[in-house]
Design a protein around this ligand. Structure first.
Ligand code: ZN
Length: 136
């Protein structure tokens, strides 16, 4: 969903107000697969378009998360990342650059990895949808 008309319809269908800012932010984050911070989107949007505040960028990204268009990823401790791939998947993070890649670990191996971590650390929360982040 990258076309402004599709995004406008999506917003309207959910009773959300359509604004130029929302459409512009959507153009940067939807329909292309990427991981990003709110700050990166703030800079991109303002580099080529009318001024959009940090608060608006943050609010619109969170609105998109709320409506399942994006999800958040806790793959780095320094920043909150947003992910335009909303399917269940795992990540590999390059330690030096913080660059993040999607990977699909085989479910059986992933569950066995998580089980061994939980067995050694019983205090950790056990979530059915835990994802794995590998730092290299
Ligand atoms: Zn991802």
């Amino acid at each position: 969903m990258k076309k402004p008309a599709d995004i406008a319809k999506f917003l309207k269908d959910r009773g959300l107000r359509v604004s130029l800012q929302k459409l512009e932010i959507a153009r940067h984050v939807l329909g292309v697969h990427r991981h990003f911070t709110a700050e990166e989107i703030f800079k991109e949007v303002n580099a080529e378009f009318t001024r959009v505040s940090r608060a608006t960028v943050f609010n619109v990204l969170n609105l998109f998360v709320e409506h399942g268009l994006l999800k958040t990823v806790r793959a780095r401790s320094d920043v909150l990342l947003y992910d335009s791939n909303t399917e269940e998947h795992d990540h590999v993070v390059i330690a030096e650059t913080g660059k993040i890649f999607d990977v699909q670990l085989p479910e059986k191996e992933k569950q066995s990895l998580l089980k061994s971590v939980w067995a050694k650390n019983p205090h950790l929360p056990k979530r059915a949808t835990a994802s794995v982040v590998v730092h290299v």
